[in-house]
Design a protein around this ligand. Sequence first.
Ligand code: SF4
Length: 382
Amino acid sequence: MQRAQNLSEDIDFAAVTEWKARGVGRKAIGHMPTYVPRELIHAAGMLAVGITGGGDKLEIIRGDAYFQSYICRIPRSTIELALSHRLDMLDGMLFPSICDVIRNLSGMWSMIFPDRYVHYVDVPQNFDTEVGGRFWRRELETLRHDFAQLSGVAIDDEALRASIAVYNENRHVIRDLYRARSERPWIFPMSEVYYLLRAGNVLPPEEHTSLLREYLALAPLETSRRDQDRSRVVLAGMFCEQPPHGLVMTLERAGCYVVNDDFLLGLRWLQDDVATTGDPLDALVDAYLNHSAMSASRYAPDGDRGRWLIDSVERNRAEGVIFAAASFCDPALLDQPMLVAALDRSGIPHTEFKFAEDTGQFAVIREQAGTFSDSIRLWSEA
Ligand code: SF4
């Protein structure tokens, strides 16, 4: 756990610098949260590095000059990380199409760092194989070409299938971890799972998989962990800017077992194994079109925006939902009324608050989450 914590809190990314130093000519590609095809980066022998802003460890000095005040914090803190040379070890940066803010950030990046590789990854919002599928395949071919040029390593189909298998393993163990936490959240508390997931931002996938396996084996041996009278809740709204760890701890202390969430979706966007036979680009296209996670930055082809949340509540036997959106996060806050309506139709209790990655005062959140948790327990006993 200590290692996971250190890795997830290190805003100097020492693990990435060390990884690069372990081999000649190694390169690292950063990417903003949500989905990018990390398999292609891996197949080129490079390290994919998830960038989730500066958290609560970074004072923003110059980053504020790049964005208006009514904008979430993650783009400013990411700019601050870059201007303070903390991202100098990155050889390129990917900006998946999360929202307009990230689109603008990619443009700023190109202007600030004209000598570095920058790519706006325009993921499809059409899920028809002949439309969004063809579009996404072209985008993947572009990335395959760019990464081969950047790394000097041709990405053949066999290498890409091998990388897909590595990430299948990683996603598999993350699913195991989420299942285990949902079954026994007192053994696998969210405050630990969160650090472990964040470590996956900077570790090679093989190492991250080993770390999670070790944790899954060791956590149940901690005999002092006992089931307590808490409410089981699903967290929603944190798919891009990530909450400070203190906020996660606060929710647990307020009497909640977090049994599902949308943290760090980029690590688990593809919800099923990707095929390791046949054309690997077609396999990645199929996985994106048919097995993607749902989030506010993704179009819902069936128009049923709340279905995934209701499913999550039912699958995890949750008793309520906490919407915790980043302050000024347009996609999350625009999605919220539709999700709330879906929960209301199903009679599922919910509450909501906003946060920023550097939120430092948790008293109000603790009171609100604690009252929510208490009221769920009172209602269910009535
Ligand atoms: S937190 Fe929301 S508004 Fe801000 S960059 Fe992420 S998705 Fe966009």
